[in-house]
Design a protein around this ligand. Sequence first.
Ligand SMILES: [Zn+2]
Length: 107
Amino acid sequence: MDDAAASAQEPAEAKNSDGDRCPHCGSDQRGEQIPEEHLRAGWYGEWNGEPRHFSRTLLVEIRGVYDGGLFWACPDCDGRWHRWPPGSRLHAAAEPYVQRHQRPTTP
Ligand SMILES: [Zn+2]
């Protein structure tokens, strides 16, 4: 039951304006629009005037393993995928959690 120690947190901005998709179920990971005044204020870096969205993708932290986001998870199917590059220490640390919850990719 390592899930009891997992805490999902930190809403992040979607990776691109089209919204990224879950690699497992393909669901749109775009969340609510980022308030225009926040974009205008430069809180999210340079802004080209286009609407931008928060990401619904969950960044999961496993206490005792890494003090920060260890891997990504889909709020719809609980499919998980790596945040850190292969070969890195954190990729290796995340591997058991990511593998255990692999979901078949939607055809
Ligand atoms: Zn999914």
